[in-house]
Design a binder for this molecule. Structure first.
Ligand code: LHQ
Length: 261
């Protein structure tokens, strides 16, 4: 069973984690289906944004602990699970050519929290919360958590969040710069869809270049980053969307972007 659902909208797709009775805890089937959903979205020229959310009262409670490959310490290899199921998904989302919006509708725990944080723009319902639950079960933050958390909130907060495994509210997450914005519970999906619909009309290929530049900035020095900006700006400047954007500005009208290069 896929354990996700996909809804088509004009210009974007909503991908919903769909095991609400287990707070959308991830299984191998769900993680594979998620990967396929992101790959399909990237291959569909009509799709220009992806919105990820969870069904029910939770966003995602992390790895389904009843479905872990083995609980016998002598033979356990969680590294293999991470390598096969989580790492490709996180890499795929970070490098995805389309903007990925995440609507965190409830608790985001463990790998579920880091899945949300891998997305480009994260909205959270006021009642949602985030917990790096790993240390409570004697694991380390995976799904990119040790990379993204310090970059989002700084080292001091990342260390305390990971070592104490304390739950924080959506408001706290927004105040710390971990997420983009908090929205009232009942308005979450409307706001998230508005954002996805807006992004779906923007210069998609250029948004992909922006992601590429921002991704590279976490490891590049200034010189390398300036060179990359030159190269990517050259590409952006050769797109039909740039010509349209500049023309529309000069003609004092709204641009009509195709999203293509
Ligand atoms: C769950 C889960 C869950 C199974 C709720 N599994 N059933 C790990 C290992 C391997 C390699 C890769 O990397 C990872 C990464 C990880 O993600 S490790 C971290 C895993 N996640 C957690 O440790 C969080 C575990 N869950 C919780 O602490 C609580 O459920 C939270 C705080 C999320 C929510 O608490 P409540 O709102 O009180 O809900 P609940 O605990 O009653 O959960 C509702 C149901 O969901 C319940 O099932 P049941 O049949 O009893 O109604 C839970 O057992 C089930 N569930 N999380 N991760």
């Amino acid at each position: 069973m896929a354990e996700i659902s996909i809804a088509e909208r004009a210009g974007y797709r909503i991908v919903t984690l769909d095991r609400p009775e287990k707070l959308n805890a991830t299984t191998a089937g769900m993680l594979r289906a998620l990967r396929a959903a992101f790959e399909d979205a990237a291959a569909d020229r009509a799709c220009r944004a992806v919105l990820l959310t969870g069904a029910g009262r939770g966003f995602c409670a992390g790895q389904d602990l009843s479905a872990v490959n083995t609980l016998d310490p002598a033979t356990a290899d969680l590294g293999a699970l991470v390598e096969e199921l989580y790492n490709p998904l996180i890499r795929l989302i970070r490098a995805h050519p389309l903007p990925v919006v995440c609507a965190v509708n409830g608790i985001a725990a463990g790998a579920g929290a880091n899945l949300a944080l891998a997305c480009d723009i994260v909205l959270a319902a006021r009642s949602a919360s985030f917990v790096q639950a790993f240390a409570r079960i004697a694991l380390i933050p995976d799904a990119g958590g040790t990379w993204i958390l310090p970059r989002l909130v700084g080292d001091a907060r990342a260390r305390a969040l990971a070592l104490l495994a304390e739950k924080i509210t959506a408001d706290q997450a927004a105040e710390w710069g971990m997420i983009w914005r908090v929205v009232e519970d009942e308005a979450l999906m409307e706001e998230a869809e508005k954002l996805a619909a807006y992004l779906a009309q923007q210069p998609t290929a250029t948004l992909g270049l922006i992601k590429q530049a921002l991704n590279a900035s976490s490891t590049n020095g200034l010189d390398a980053q300036l060179a990359l900006e030159r190269d990517l700006q050259r590409k952006a400047g050769q797109s039909g969307d740039y010509a349209e954007g500049a023309r529309a500005f000069l003609e004092k009208r709204a641009p009509r972007f195709t999203g293509r290069t």
